[in-house]
Ligand binder design. Sequence first.
Ligand SMILES: Cc1ncc(COP(=O)(O)O)c(C=O)c1O
Length: 408
Amino acid sequence: MNPHFAERTKSARRSVIRELLKLTEQPNIISFAGGLPDPATFPREFLARVAADEILNNPGKTLQYTTTEGKLPLREPLSRWFAEDGMKFPPDQIVITSASQQGLDLVAKVFLDPGDVVFVGLPTYIGAIQAFQAMQARLVGVPLEEDGMDLGKLAEAIRATRRAGLTPKFIYEVPDFQNPSGITWSEEKRRGLLEIARREDLVVVEDMPYRKLRYVGKPVPPLAALDEDGRVVVLFTFSKTLAAGLRLGALAGPKEIVEKVVTLKQATDLCTSSLTQRLAVRFFQEYDVEGHMEKICAHYRVKRDAMLAALERYMPKGEGIRWTKPEGGLFLWVALPEEIDTERMLLKAIEHKVAYVIGAPFFVDGGGHNTMRLSFSSATLEQIEEGIRRLGQVVAEELAAVRSPQQA
Ligand SMILES: Cc1ncc(COP(=O)(O)O)c(C=O)c1O
């Protein structure tokens, strides 16, 4: 049979990372590869209690369809939460989504025709790459510096896109503790990005799954709070702050964009789960939300500090070896000298019973072969210490091998 697949399936690839993760799931391997939040942070007892209560006593709201926009008693506290962070989105400019991955899929559907251009960081979140490529968009990568995108290169990339007769559509970024790099944009760069977006009349998609997970330093205003002419679309999720399995998040933005999103979401799933929305409503009504955020941040802060200290102790020092020091989120990013290929090195790492995620799939320009992502979220403090010790040894061996190949 010829299944006559659509064109878009031809460019869609399964995530290399998910394939490699299978390798790292062997017993005794200390894995910094997975990017999942630590289940210890999920408020299990609260969720179990309110789920039972909702199902038994509120079935009309919990077990029934709900509106495509999502429940108002959830959009209202979200709107207030956003406002505390300087983002002014009334409830009618918020649509509840099945977490932020659905938000990415919906912005892709709303904005992208085949061949349209999206500007993304080098590196960038793989799920975004997949969502945009599924709409047959072209992704143009712009290097990330320590404080955000290289804005000169972004402006040049937009000009080059227009010169080539292509249509630029939006800029996608994760300005707080980015997945994968851990980088946070400075306020200056955020303002600069908005200036470029205004000049070029482009939408900005601000994905903020980690924004609430800040462990050190002062928050920088979100792009949406600095936006003066309504061109920022925010993707929010409860995955890292409540529970990833709820598959619950929100998209907020200018009214005309939100309306289009709602129309396309109808075709996707009619509505996001009523049950999980009710759990989040109760979370805002009854839980000590701020106390919970502080607890999660304290939980991850210790792990982040442990990983940074272990890297300092065990990573070989020298030119070309550096790592980011994220102020929040779940990841840090290691760059090794050019002659190292982290995909090749992964086999050696697995022999040493430690695993990471290779950097290359996060680069839409084919670069990043010498980089890797480390997640500190799920490992214990002992595993972090021992795992980074093993990784330091792997890197030292690999460096020795590539620098004197005859002895390898
Ligand atoms: C930057 C970024 N965006 C979106 C997502 C999707 O998460 P979810 O769909 O659980 O909200 C992730 C998940 O890791 C992410 O890192």
